[in-house]
Design a protein around this ligand. Structure first.
Ligand code: 13P
Length: 250
């Protein structure tokens, strides 16, 4: 059985003072019943990793370079992320695909680099509103999945996050049926490629305007194994409320 996963992406938010949110989470929820992942900005990875020691919280980065080292000013490599004590990395987030023109081919190189460094890759994908309105959502998602994910994915080294671009930071979420359609499709496609046992072990997260108020409904949807939470992960109380909804999901 897949363990459910509640993940938070702080994006470009947070300074040292924000680490108090992690301390609050560990103090108020000492024994979470689901896996937890928080991805603060790179500047906080080492401190966040130190705070998470002894508590079932994985710390992850939000991107890595595809190379392990080299002349790439301003970039951070997967081995550097592992060196901070973090053990996961988000890859292919739509904000990276859009703002930094990242292609699925590049993301696949980054995933390989993450695996080599021992990091779990959280591979993000999702369609734009224009693509959904043109009835191309599944086609786009299939291409992103096939191309962004190199051979060798397992339940231990990979998590997939479906994040429709139009749902991120907008307060709009797809219907339950739309989420179910995509998540069932992702599971089938992973099964075709990897076989049932491996595909069944890979967690599928939904992301895009997940809040305490809608979390329970989203977690009841078929093949939704958790959430990748943006804005609502910045406050321990909101993130914990979403985590509790996941704990209580059947
Ligand atoms: P919001 O939860 O703020 O919509 O962000 C979702 C997201 O992009 C997480 O990676």
């Amino acid at each position: 059985m897949r363990r459910r996963l509640c993940a938070g992406n702080w994006k470009m938010n947070g300074t040292a003072a924000s680490l108090a949110e992690i301390e609050t989470l560990t103090r108020t929820h000492p024994t979470p019943q689901v896996d937890l992942l928080l991805c603060p900005p790179a500047t906080l990875l080492a401190q966040a990793s130190a705070l998470a020691v002894g508590y079932p919280l994985t710390i992850g980065a939000q991107d890595c370079h595809q190379a392990a080292s080299g002349a790439h000013t301003g970039d951070i490599s997967a081995p550097m992320i592992a060196d901070t004590g973090a053990s996961a990395v988000l890859l292919g987030h739509s904000e990276r695909r859009e703002n930094h023109h990242e292609t699925s081919d590049l993301i696949a190189e980054k995933v390989t680099s993450a695996w080599v460094a021992g990091l779990t890759a959280v591979v993000c994908l999702g369609e734009t509103l224009a693509q959904r309105e043109a009835a191309q959502a599944l086609e786009v998602i299939a291409d992103q999945l096939d191309t962004s994910l190199p051979d060798g994915a397992t339940g231990a080294n990979t998590v997939i996050a479906y994040e429709p671009v139009w749902a991120i930071g907008t307060g709009h979420t797809p219907t339950d049926a739309q989420i179910a359609e995509v998540h069932d499709f992702l599971r089938r496609r992973l099964t075709d490629r990897l076989g049932g046992d491996t595909a069944d072990a890979i967690r599928l997260l939904y992301g895009g305007s997940v809040k305490p108020a809608n979390a329970a409904e989203i977690f009841a949807i078929s093949n939704v194994d958790g959430a990748l939470v943006g804005g609502a992960s910045l406050k321990a109380t909101e993130f914990a409320a979403i985590m509790e909804a996941l704990e209580n999901a059947s």
